[in-house]
Structures are given as C-alpha cells and as structure tokens.
Design a protein around this ligand. Sequence first.
Ligand code: GDP
Length: 176
Amino acid sequence: RESWASDSSDSVISSGSDSDSNLYKVILLGEHGVGKTSLARIFGGVEDCSDAEEAGERGEWAAKDDSQWLQNHCMKMGDAYIIVYSVTDKVSFEKASELRIQLRRARQTEDIPIILVGNKSDLVRSREVSVDEGRACAVVFDCKFIETSAALHHNVKDLFEGIIRQIRLRKDSKED
Ligand code: GDP
C-alpha cells in the first residue's frame, strides 16, 4: 500500500509497505518544479487519496510559511528522504545542498536513509548539472545518488526500490 502527495516547494510523500504496522514514510524534498509530484505519481496516488490530499494541503502551507513547518515536521517524521533537484536547474541543485544541511541539523544523531535524485535526465539539451556534479555532491552528502526521468519513467522503480531497501537494511541492523 502506498500513498503519495506532493504539491509545493517541499513535499511530503508517504510510502506504504506490506502492512500498516510496517508503513514507511518517505519524504520527497526539493525546489518547486523539480518533479516530486511526477515521481510520486508513478508510484501511487491510487489508494489512500485522502491522505495524499491532506499531505498536499499541508505541503502548500509549508511553501507559504517558509521552512519552519519543514523543519518542525517533515524533517522529523520521515523514515527516509529523497532530495530531488532538476538536472536542468542549477538553482534547484544548490537548494538540495541546503536541504541536506537542514536535514542533518534536524536529525543529528540518526542514521536515516537519504537518496539524492537528479530528475529530468531526459532533457538532454537543457542540462545544467552534470552526472559527475551530482555524484560528487552525493559523496559530500554521504548518501546514494541516482538520475531519473519521471517523464520517461527511467530509473524511478530503482529509486523507490533503493529507498525501501535502505530502510529495511537499517531496521534489520537495529534489531540485531
Ligand atoms: P514538483 O513541483 O516538484 O512537484 O514538480 P512536478 O512534478 O509538478 O513537475 C513540474 C513540471 O516538470 C511538470 O510540468 C512536469 O511534467 C515536469 N517534469 C517532471 N519530471 C519530469 C521529467 O523527468 N522530465 C521532463 N521532461 N519533465 C518533467
């Protein structure tokens, strides 16, 4: 079961797994227009629409109320984070670093899964951020990196499988 929502500069997406007791919250963060909603739609939005809408509304509110809501809620409630930028938008790439810093501040001691995502890889001609720059950034962030195209559904499945795998790995290692 999965539910996804995304509608503002910083979005909340919940990803369900097999059962309610095993529900993971995956939060998509990133500048407006980078493709969070598009990525999320590929993986859900069919079930649990009410949740999705509610999260969308809250997301909108967050956009209006600066990053305070983001700091206080989103950055504390996720089991995992996907930080998205658009490879066609350098500013969104810079914003991704900012978000990583905010996240580190909010969750200092915790080892939470984070994946850095360069979306819109299909827009070859308007690319402003190279694959190498994305990779280098992920090394600094100490997180995984993947380029996706929500438009072509390229690598999107890998992205979501990757994040779920990371959540499970960390849960398992805690239980041992
Ligand atoms: P959000 O504000 O981060 O949720 O971004 P949206 O998902 O609403 O996407 C913003 C715009 O970018 C929309 O017009 C999408 O159709 C478009 N878009 C999103 N992902 C891609 C992609 O991978 N490739 C291309 N070409 N366009 C995309």
